[in-house]
Design a protein around this ligand. Structure first.
Ligand code: AIR
Ligand code: ASP
Length: 286
């Protein structure tokens, strides 16, 4: 295979140059990293499962009108996505208290929040991705008010949709992290689109009946069984055959079977909605 140019080597994914301009390839690794690199393990199967789960969720979001970077699955570990300028924010949506919210404010893990809450962290690993306010975001120019409004509106819709999707398979969506990117159109217009991945690496998912953790907290909290939990999520979403892919079956063949279906759905017309950049208050010509 021809050598590809690596553009970025992240914690859980590597980004390669895509086959045509405006595209890149996301390669899902088996690496599990937390504490900004303090804890690192290789968990065979994680990358394949996250690629599968994220492709599926992005496809479903696209179908309900959220513009995403996802174009198509290429193989078990790779997907073709649109190249975007990543907005340097982690957008965290929370429904139930857990993780850093519980630690910061001493709200007992599992407390249902009075309403969903959005938080922003600046993407800076060296600083430990600290939380920032809207005012920091505007003052330092990480995003402008129109972009942030668009990002928040999309995040609420994504929360509604994903909460329902996971409830339907017996999972509580406790919280999750999103990343967005800027895409410039032919005429210089700007689109904000969902980027990165949506998988149990960046969602907290608890079993509705038992509250068992089915996400990356299994690794963060040394609970073990992370790959089995991710496989269970994929199985409940109908993405892997019942009985599992990791217990002897040919993982390649079985996962390849479902990919075509996803691609067909994506081949449908994709519509992107640009941001109206007229300054507020200035009358618009009709
Ligand atoms: N997250 C945040 N940074 C990286 C990730 N993956 C996700 C976590 C969790 C949510 O954001 O996986 O679902 C909130 O994380 P925390 O640590 O702020 O409680
Ligand atoms: N931002 C976190 C870290 O590196 C990632 C995680 O725990 O998922 O510590």
């Amino acid at each position: 295979m021809a050598r590809r140019k690596m553009l970025h080597d992240g914690k859980a994914k590597t980004i390669f140059e895509g086959p045509e301009p405006g595209t890149v390839i996301q390669y899902f690794k088996d690496d599990a990293i937390t504490g900004n690199g303090k804890k690192h393990d290789i968990l065979p199967g994680k990358g394949v499962l996250n690629n599968r789960i994220s492709s599926y969720i992005m496809t479903r979001l696209e179908a309900m009108g959220i513009p995403t970077h996802f174009l198509k699955s290429i193989n078990m570990r790779e997907q073709l996505v649109r190249e975007v300028e990543i907005i340097p924010l982690e957008v965290v949506v929370r429904n139930i208290a857990a993780g850093s919210l519980s630690n910061r404010l001493h709200i007992k893990e599992g407390t249902v929040l009075p309403r969903p809450i959005i938080e922003f962290n600046i993407k800076n690993g060296e600083l430990g991705n600290p939380m920032v306010s809207e005012d920091h975001i505007f003052a330092f120019g990480w995003a402008d008010p129109m972009e942030l409004e668009e990002i928040m509106a999309m995040s609420w819709r994504i929360n509604d949709f994903l909460s329902g999707l996971f409830a339907g398979i017996g999972l509580k969506l406790v919280d999750f992290k999103l990343e967005f990117g800027r895409l410039y159109g032919e005429y210089g217009e700007l689109y904000i689109i969902l980027a990165d991945e949506i998988s149990p690496d960046n969602c907290r998912l608890w079993d509705i009946k038992t509250n068992e953790k089915m996400d990356k907290d299994r690794f963060r909290e040394d609970l073990g069984g992370l790959v089995e939990a991710y496989e269970q999520v994929a199985e409940r979403l109908g993405l892997v055959p019942k009985g599992g892919i990791l217990k002897g079956g040919n993982i390649n063949e079985q996962l390849a079977a479902g990919l075509e279906e996803i691609e067909n759905e994506l081949a449908r017309q994709r519509k992107l909605k640009g941001i109206n950049r007229n300054p507020p208050g200035k009358p618009r010509k009709i």
